[in-house]
Design a protein around this ligand. Structure first.
Ligand SMILES: Nc1ncnc2c1ncn2[C@@H]1O[C@H](COP(=O)(O)OP(=O)(O)OP(=O)(O)O)[C@@H](O)[C@H]1O
Ligand SMILES: [Mg+2]
Length: 155
């Protein structure tokens, strides 16, 4: 599912990621461990297409992320560590917005959102502004948004 080959990322003099290679098979659930500053977040940002590597390659489901940026991003569900959300949106509005952005077909959008609301336990929060939610419920909204387009790869 994920193939990383000799990935390196430099920020000026700082080598954030130094020649990293690994692969993750479909169905595998893996953790990514290392000391602070080791380059974990930078690696995740490269895999998800937020930043480009200095050298090396990443392929997802057989497609190189630099040759196929849109197709590979469409396969990924990502909850960034800072979980950015729009505080002024209601939960229902936000999930509808992300579903549209993620290309969930209009005909199945409502049912897909209601599945996410159920599986993430968001029923009672649907009509609250995100800015009023407790931290745990904000995390649940972050999980729901990362899964709404039924991605092959969840990060
Ligand atoms: N945008 C940037 N500009 C310059 N240096 C950066 C940038 N992003 C990361 N770095 C540097 O790259 C190195 C790796 O950082 P990274 O955030 O990937 O580490 P990490 O493994 O996620 O650490 P942590 O466990 O603290 O989250 C660090 O030295 C960091 O200061
Ligand atoms: Mg980090």
């Amino acid at each position: 599912m994920i193939e990383i080959n000799h990935l390196t990322k430099k920020f000026g003099d700082v080598t954030a990621v130094n020649n990293v290679s690994f692969s993750v098979q479909s169905g595998e659930v893996v953790g990514f461990l290392g000391p602070n500053g080791a380059g974990k977040t930078t690696t995740m940002k490269i895999i998800t297409g937020y930043t480009a590597p200095t050298s090396g390659s990443v392929s997802i489901d057989g497609m190189d992320i630099q040759d196929h940026p849109d197709e590979t991003r469409a396969k990924i569900g990502y909850l960034p560590e800072r979980n950015p959300l729009y505080d002024e949106f209601q939960v229902s509005e936000y999930l509808a917005f992300v579903a549209e952005l993620r290309g969930v077909p209009r005909a199945i959008r409502a049912s897909r959102i209601s599945e996410m609301v159920q599986s993430c336990g968001l029923e009672k929060m649907l009509h609250k502004p995100i800015g009023d939610l407790s931290k745990g419920f904000r995390q649940r909204v972050g999980i729901a948004q990362s899964l709404v387009h039924n991605p092959d790869l969840i990060e």
